[in-house]
Design a protein around this ligand. Structure first.
Ligand code: TRP
Length: 339
């Protein structure tokens, strides 16, 4: 049986953190064994709200790719590629842009929320929002369909974008003939990973993230500053582990000891400082291998770009096949017809 095609993308705007790893990337590591997996470094999409800072996007293509390789994404199993180098995606975006109304794009909940959040860039009421940003769901539909993506692993916030893609596919097929496949979203089963400050979401811009490439000292410092039960004053006060971020992360990287930790904490037999020290130790142990690999890639950046180049070339072959079908369906294959 043919393997199903899975496609997902990630914007190169920062390093991977624990939220990415436990929320998404661990699923990718499993998927690379079972599916025909396309993993896109979405640099064009990153530019839609970072167009003024090309250095940031450039730097993070290296950072993100080497982070992914360090956690075990295997370029022999995954088509790991960079969006901007596949011109077919840009072409499809132009064709699809006729199939979406402006009203529909403005109504997209994900886009709407993001415009509202980016006041510095797009104005208080979104009055300076760019054409490119409003249209990024169209470009994302091109990301998916260029490779015939059937399953798209995403978080909940991305569902409106997948729905938009499905609408574009239906519209395309109804006008030009049955060429494109409607993708299905594959919702992440793991819940969002909380931040050091107890925020429901861990995020770079929230300043509450533990990055996979943080060094030992940084980890120690961050863990020491993590939110604990604020009602606990003295070291032998009993406390509630369920409101404590230190306990929360113990569950991720120190699962064999959590029952004990929970009991001791509730009985007031566990001081927060000792508990944090233990967590920092376990966290550093957990990140050791990843860090070592990252160190290697830092010393061999050319290897990272070579890997990305090979993956991009492979992905491009697939995009070219789609493009040929699309152009024929749209009757813009003039020179194919005279061959
Ligand atoms: N929009 C996604 C995010 O911000 C990233 C992305 C780009 C993507 N292209 C994609 C996700 C294609 C799924 C499919 O996380």
């Amino acid at each position: 049986m043919e393997k199903k095609i899975v496609l997902t993308g990630i914007r190169p705007t920062g390093n991977l953190h624990l939220g990415h790893l436990f929320g998404a990337a661990q699923t990718w590591l499993k998927m690379q064994e079972e599916y025909d997996f396309y993993l896109e470094i979405a640099d064009v999409q990153a530019l839609t709200d970072n167009f003024h800072d090309p250095d940031k996007v450039h730097r993070n293509v290296f950072e993100l790719t080497s982070d992914l390789l360090s956690i075990g994404i295997d370029p022999n199993k995954v088509h790991l590629f960079v969006q901007s180098q596949i011109s077919e995606i840009a072409e499809l975006t132009v064709f699809y842009s006729n199939l979406v109304t402006m009203a529909r794009l403005y109504r997209n909940p994900t886009v709407k929320t993001e415009i509202a959040q980016k006041k510095t860039l797009f104005g208080n009421n979104g009055e300076s929002v760019t054409y490119g940003f409003v249209g990024y769901p169209v470009s994302q539909a091109a990301d998916i369909t260029a490779f015939n993506g059937e399953l798209v692993p995403v978080g909940e916030d991305q569902l409106p974008l997948i729905e938009q893609c499905r609408e574009i596919v239906r519209k395309f097929n109804s006008i030009y003939g049955n060429v494109l496949k409607e993708p299905e979203p594959l919702l992440s089963k793991t819940p969002r990973i909380k931040g050091l400050d107890g925020n429901e979401k861990m995020g770079k811009s929230l300043g509450n993230a533990i990055f996979l490439v943080d060094d030992e000292e940084t980890i120690n410092k961050k863990v020491m500053g993590a939110l604990t039960d604020t009602n606990k004053i003295k070291k032998d006060d009993p406390a509630n582990p369920d409101v404590c971020m230190v306990y929360y992360y113990h569950k991720l990287v120190n699962s064999e000891n959590v029952d004990n930790i929970c009991k001791e904490c509730k009985q007031g037999l566990r001081g927060c400082v000792a508990c944090k020290k233990e967590l920092a130790l376990k966290m550093n142990e957990f990140l050791k291998e990843i860090r070592k690999k990252k160190e290697y890639y830092r010393e061999h950046p050319e290897e990272v770009f070579e890997t990305l180049k090979v993956g991009t070339e492979k992905a491009q072959q697939k995009a070219k096949e789609t493009m040929a079908k699309v152009k024929t369906a749209m009757k813009i294959d003039y020179f194919e017809r005279i061959k």
